[in-house]
Design a protein around this ligand. Structure first.
Ligand code: PEP
Ligand code: MN
Length: 347
């Protein structure tokens, strides 16, 4: 059981809630978020039945749900949520294109990639400042210098920024520059990072772990929600299977299945799923067809020279094909697409 306190609830309201939980024989776990406080209640069935806080001042709602994840479950919120990223919606009535370089390499490369993204119809810019690389000898990202570049490119293009945070100690710094915090596949079960981003007051893009089940993924989202942040977008980015010709296997079932289990929006990342450019647009189309709320793709002005994931970066014709798909397929399924027939002019 989870007790959600109203934003205006005071300390005495919270003390009363905890007192009632403990009087019923339960344990109360208080999480103070930026906008609201949540009290998790642990105890047996009889304890949960006897906790009565419905008329305590400051209690916004009491969530009694049998699934192990509560706040992110579909039972908690029958309608799919829309998450706003600096005014850009990600949700059930729209289709959002997020694009940009895998990694920020320089101001020039990031601006050029952002202009490609914008012309293709993207409304959010992605770009890694801290890169979680398999090899310690590979390019690790430019860190704070990259965050500054992303903020400058946002000022130049108007595109809000999505960027990954890989360490809980960097969350405050990343928040000074980013509009949305990404938690990558390798960190999906880094619980202290999830708690830190949950308390940061920014929307979160939570990628599915390389081998994670839907339940594990949603439990990871619950860690963020439990800190008072329900502005979470889930991202299917491919899982590890027996196949070796693609980097990962895009699990298209994840989109309708997780939509059935959770009210959170779900997008797909065909770039990191495939690892190869020629499959990105076909997989993006598949994501659209199964009801994804958006796609996130890598673009690069000069993929041959990219310091990270150049083989999967779109540019030129492949990017134009993606624009056509984003403009045509989601409207067939009743969604407003961020991309119109006339791509936006470059500024
Ligand atoms: C990325 O989006 O740059 C990234 C590293 O993705 P993933 O965590 O899905 O591998
Ligand atoms: Mn990458």
């Amino acid at each position: 059981m989870v007790i959600v306190m109203a934003p205006q609830a005071g300390e005495t309201d919270l003390v009363e809630v905890v007192r009632r939980v403990e009087a019923a024989g339960g344990s109360a776990f208080v999480s103070r978020g930026v906008t609201r406080t949540i009290v998790g209640v642990v105890g047996n069935e009889a304890v949960l039945e006897s906790v009565d806080v419905t008329h305590v001042p400051g209690v916004a709602e009491v969530v009694r749900i049998t699934a192990p994840y509560k706040l992110v479950s579909r039972e908690h919120h029958p309608r799919t949520s829309t998450v706003s990223v600096a005014g850009v919606p990600i949700g059930p009535t729209t289709f959002t294109l997020i694009a940009g370089p895998c990694a920020v390499e320089s101001a020039e490369q990031t601006l050029a990639a952002a202009q490609l993204a914008r012309r293709a119809g993207a409304t959010l810019l992605r770009g890694g400042a801290y890169k979680p690389r398999t090899s310690p000898y590979a390019f690790q990202g430019l860190g704070v210098a990259a965050l500054r570049i992303l903020a400058d490119v946002r000022a130049e293009t108007g595109l809000p920024v999505v960027t990954e945070v890989i360490d809980a100690t960097d969350v405050d710094t990343v928040c000074q520059y980013a509009d949305m915090l990404q938690v990558g596949t390798r960190n999906m079960q880094n619980f202290s990072l999830l708690q830190a981003v949950g308390g940061a007051g920014k929307p979160v893009l939570l990628k599915r772990g390389l081998c994670a089940t839907y339940e594990e993924w949603l439990m990871a989202a619950e860690y963020i929600a439990q800190r008072g942040n329900l502005d979470i977008v889930l991202c299917e980015r491919g899982i590890r299977t027996a196949e070796t010709s693609t980097r990962n296997t895009l699990d298209v079932s994840a989109v309708p299945m997780v939509h059935a289990l959770s009210h959170l929006p779900v997008i797909v990342d065909p770039s990191h799923a495939a690892g190869r450019r020629d499959l990105v647009v076909p997989l993006a189309r598949a994501g659209m067809a199964v009801g994804a709320d958006g796609v996130i793709v890598d673009v690069h002005p000069d993929p041959e020279r990219a310091l990270c994931d150049g083989a999967q970066a779109l540019h030129g014709d492949t990017l134009d094909e993606l624009t056509v798909a984003v403009a045509t397929i989601p409207p067939l399924l009743g969604r407003r697409s961020a991309v119109t027939a006339d791509p936006m002019p470059t500024r």
